[in-house]
Design a binder for this molecule. Structure first.
Ligand SMILES: Cc1cc2nc3c(=O)[nH]c(=O)nc-3n(C[C@H](O)[C@H](O)[C@H](O)COP(=O)(O)OP(=O)(O)OC[C@H]3O[C@@H](n4cnc5c(N)ncnc54)[C@H](O)[C@@H]3O)c2cc1C
Length: 370
């Protein structure tokens, strides 16, 4: 699906991952269709949005983030959902050791949608955890594994039906500013005038801001790897997603085997997510010590992606106070797919001139000015 580049639109969205796609969709739902989504790669969602673990995990250590994630999952997968998305409502099992994990027990209690279970119950559900280090587990039955490509395209198709144009293989190379506000962009396919620019460029968001003369926000990309095993006889595809919150690894069923991560987090420059073989040793060592029944699992394929984290770990959604018409939808960290429906909605409200009031404060870009 590729449209031609117009010369003038109301809203240009830079980036065709979950941030950009969900914002375009939410704008469409508010009747704003004069929108152009620009993606540098030849495929929408080819960066973080197409390299993630597909897990909709709603519990975060930050209660405000948790609330937004729950709202988002409800919009994506709940009974009144406005999107056609495939998902496996497998639930999650979040493991923890005490005392390090005690704040998570409090977060689970406050969420109202998670419960704490004893170690034995968790091992009964996922026998592979026999011998693993943990004291208790938090269960969230409504967590899920989502068809991420289906979700991304549900957003993009919804936006396109309302008039949005989608152009891939088109990098924004400069931002034109006139009379103290955004006036347009230069791209590898030509110039486009606009009233509003949405910076949804993921790991490159600070670079795009720099094109508009804005200094970077406190936010940076961090690389993480995912590993997939071949089919394994002992895996049950009905298992929930399992995340050890204090021992730093997670896994979930994936086509007869497992998808795993060592939760590695290394700050990198924006750019292609290049794999580092050292991570495979870290994962092997971590599993052997912390979840012995996973020791020595074979690896079929592995890849890396960039998670862009703000200094306080919260999303960055809203207007930049330094330049009229410049909006951020960035810093989606490790929850960008899960939070996308609610993130897009908040962004669209701000872009259409609604004052988000106290609801917008936790996500406001201004808090990250250096
Ligand atoms: C290994 C890993 C596992 C993860 N697991 C999960 C998970 O299980 N659940 C979950 O909810 N989240 C997960 N995430 C996080 C989630 O993937 C991200 O939060 C989300 O995809 C970020 O979306 P985005 O649109 O901000 O960034 P991106 O998907 O990176 O999109 C930004 C886009 O902007 C484009 N762009 C950049 N500069 C320009 C320019 N100048 N002109 C035009 N286009 C430009 C890029 O090409 C890119 O496609 C994971 C991430 C990783 C890396």
């Amino acid at each position: 699906m590729r449209d031609t580049l117009p010369t003038q639109v109301d809203v240009v969205i830079v980036g065709g991952g979950f941030a950009g796609a969900a914002t375009a969709w939410a704008l469409a739902r508010r009747g704003v269709g004069d929108v152009l989504v620009l993606e540098a790669s030849d495929q929408f969602g080819s960066q973080a949005s197409g390299r993630n673990a597909s897990m909709a995990r709603q519990l975060s250590s930050d209660p405000l983030t948790s609330a937004l994630l729950r709202q988002s999952v409800d919009r994506m997968l709940g009974p009144d959902r406005a999107l056609e998305v495939e998902a496996r409502r497998c639930g999650s099992l979040l493991l923890l050791e005490e005392p390090a994990g005690l704040p998570w027990l409090e977060a689970a209690r406050m969420s109202g949608s998670s419960r704490v279970v004893a170690r034995d119950e968790a091992v009964k559900r996922v026998p592979l955890l026999d011998g693993a280090r943990f004291d208790r587990a938090v269960v969230t039955d409504t967590d899920a594994v989502v068809d991420v490509s289906g979700l991304l395209w549900a957003y993009l198709r919804g936006a396109r039906r309302a008039g949005a144009r989608l152009v891939s293989d088109c990098s924004v190379t400069a931002v034109r500013v006139a009379e103290g506000r955004v006036a347009g962009v230069a791209t590898t396919q030509g110039d486009v005038g606009c009233r509003v620019l949405v910076d949804a460029a993921g790991a490159w968001a600070n670079q795009v801001a720099g094109m508009a003369g804005l200094s970077p926000l406190s936010m940076a990309p961090f690389r993480r790897h995912l590993v997939v095993t071949p089919p394994l006889a002992f895996c049950d595809p009905a298992w929930p997603l399992v995340w050890h919150l204090t021992d730093d690894y997670y896994f979930r069923p994936e086509v007869g085997g497992l998808l795993l991560s060592a939760c590695d987090q290394v700050e990198v420059a924006p750019g292609p997510a290049v794999r580092d073989p050292a991570v495979l040793e870290v994962l092997a060592e971590r599993l052997a010590r912390r979840c012995p029944r996973l020791a020595g699992v074979p690896i079929q394929t592995w890849w890396a992606g960039l998670r862009t984290l703000s200094a306080d770990g919260r999303f960055v959604i809203g207007p930049d106070p330094r330049l009229g018409g410049f909006f951020w939808v960035a810093g989606l960290g490790g929850h960008g797919m899960t939070g996308s429906a609610a993130i897009g909605e908040l962004a669209a409200r701000a872009i259409t001139g609604q004052d988000l009031g106290a609801q917008g404060t936790p996500w406001a870009p201004a808090r990250l000015l250096r």
